[in-house]
Design a protein around this ligand. Sequence first.
Ligand code: AMP
Length: 292
Amino acid sequence: MPYWQLSISALITLDNSSALISHLANFRKQNPDAKIGFVPTMGALHQGHISLIAKAKEENQLVVCSIFVNPTQFNDPKDLERYPRTAEADSKLLTENGCDILYFPSVSDIYPKGLNESFEMDFGGIDKVMEGAHRPGHFKGVAQVVDRFFQIVQPDRAYFGQKDFQQVAVIRQLVKEKNHSIEIVPCSTLRSAEGLALSSRNMLLSTEEKEQALIIYKTLLFGQKWIKETADLNNLKEKMTVFFKSGKLELEYLELANPENLQPVKSTDDPVHCFVAAFCGKVRLIDNMRLN
Ligand code: AMP
């Protein structure tokens, strides 16, 4: 019987790349046909992350989750400082959900040459719009850390949430540019019963702020309903913006774009996807939804 069917789901936690590389090499040697699924995260895990772990478990024989709050993708040092860290609860949740390996590296394990180590790639313009335009250097940091993870873990499949829709596009571009032979599996967004997209940053919101943050979801539904009833895209961005501003959040951007190329969309004959970024107090939230 293969190794993975015998194993009871004890979580193995490894905090350095050499230990992980040798553990995975050993696993591959013993299980040449087994597939490895990888779920990179920044921790403060919630059911959204767990849905990725569950999908990875369904499709692979071994699941590796990483928890690393990557300094190079934070353009605001205060955001990095405030980012929630809940290692013990994360470990418990991963154990309960049958994750096999938790990779929990230090900054020096990921960046042995320091944080200024250069990383270059052609983003094909994805880094110039929406999240890319509003968070300079963010996608470069994301691509850099995921590239490093891909080199270390060399998974067969890697799982990413569509809550970070533009990030999935960046990762696909990374795979193409750096010739990683890894299947990228996009996973749908998990929401609270009221509709708030689950996010580690929600932990930083008060009950009242969580209520206020629902304006994001309500605005997306408003746009969806508008297109369904009128098939008209004229001034929809402005209408959605006015609707959004009836709430208490501070809007950073609201864009209607074609999900295939992230460029502005002109007609409802094309797919219309809405992307929103907004501040709820000091906490920056993003969400997105297909409208037609
Ligand atoms: P993070 O820890 O925020 O970097 O997220 C790690 C992964 O989980 C990313 O691929 C996210 O897109 C995904 N993720 C975060 N929130 C959700 C959610 N509500 N539903 C599904 N996936 C999510």
